[in-house]
Design a protein around this ligand. Structure first.
Ligand SMILES: *[C@@H]1O[C@H](CO)[C@@H](O)[C@H](O)[C@H]1NC(C)=O
Length: 322
């Protein structure tokens, strides 16, 4: 059952119709439809023919309602066209390296606003702590661990993470113990690990997802502010957008310090505490899977991966699928 489901998902992903077949995204409370493999109205519980994501997408206290709450609680999100201006320029094909964007992706950013918000300032202080080459061991100093702890305290105290914690607890995924939850987040996002079994201690969820790293190509790198900072420093060359989605998701192609990213997707303008809250919920509830929900009126799908060769949940990657 499991392996056939996975095979099916890969088939559907490659044909690009996963969001229609076998999913409740966009179908909540629709009447019985026998042409569909599963159903999305309240009778499906009784008839045992609900789609696998029915409870996440349509249920009371569903992931969609949490996602909307997180979206609305993200008070530190920057506002498009006011706080920042972007320039998509040409579209590019994920499979071809071709620069279709002579100008930067970010036309402007209100950096004074960024630097007036604690979580962004603390987030920025972490970005130079990592060795971006995969295969080169990380060596975090006690001062750098102090920066991590300060940032994590801010993230823990944020409205978005408090709401995510409450939701995870109410749905039986974590105990109602804030200190323990903070430790879990630290383990998931910050404790270092080898990316392959037996390798050097070269990576962490935070480094991979929010900072980015590289081997022969760019690996991870799913944060808009890091994208801005690297582009602004002349270290990143935006080459065009592959796809876009709502709310404000971009899949971009770029070169970073001489390494290529064929498709890097991220939310635009969201706070780091928002990205970490949403990805944490998905990773805890649906590790190594796609987490589907509605957010701000749009269908959103998040992929998360766990570093499987280590005990416990540690984020190998997390990003929006376009
Ligand atoms: C959220 O949804 C509202 C209403 O549809 C829309 O006006 C707004 O632009 C959306 N926000 C983002 C950031 O996409």
């Amino acid at each position: 059952m499991m392996s056939s489901t996975i095979t099916l998902c890969f088939l559907l992903l490659s044909s690009g119709v996963l969001h229609v077949y076998g999913s409740c995204v966009g179908r909540c409370n629709d009447p019985l439809d026998n042409t569909k493999p599963c159903q999305c109205n309240s009778h499906c519980v009784q008839y045992n023919d609900c789609c696998d994501d029915y409870h996440d997408v349509c249920g009371q206290g569903s992931l969609s309602s949490l996602a909307d709450t997180l979206w609305n609680l993200d008070v530190n999100r920057l506002v498009a066209d006011t706080d920042y201006v972007i320039n998509y320029q040409g579209q590019v094909n994920e499979n071809n390296k071709y620069d279709n964007a002579p100008l930067p992706f970010f036309t402007s950013l209100n950096e004074n606003k960024v630097d007036s918000i604690t979580s962004y300032v603390q987030f920025k202080s972490l970005l130079d702590n990592y060795e971006s080459t995969i295969g080169q061991a990380e060596d975090l100093t006690s001062q750098e661990w102090g920066e991590i702890d300060a940032f994590l305290d801010t993230v823990m105290a944020s409205g978005v993470m408090q709401e995510a914690f409450k939701y995870l607890h109410e749905n039986g995924h974590v105990p109602n113990d804030a200190a323990q939850f903070r430790e879990k987040l630290k383990e998931m996002w910050f404790n270092l690990y080898p990316r392959s079994s037996g390798g050097v201690i070269e990576s962490s969820g935070f480094e991979h997802v929010l900072v980015g790293e590289h081997r022969s190509t760019v690996s991870g790198f799913h944060n808009w502010l890091q994208f801005f900072l690297q582009e602004d420093a002349g270290r990143l060359d935006y080459q065009g957008f592959v796809k876009t989605g709502e709310p404000r998701i971009v899949g971009s192609q770029f070169d970073w310090v001489g390494y290529w990213k064929s498709l890097g997707s991220f939310f635009l303008g969201t706070s780091p505490e928002f990205d970490m809250s949403l990805y944490s919920v998905c990773a805890i509830m649906h590790p190594n899977a796609v987490c589907s929900f509605h957010m701000n009126g749009s269908d959103v799908r998040i992929q998360t991966w766990d570093i499987g060769h280590k005990t416990g949940l540690q984020i190998a990657s997390a990003y929006p699928i376009l």
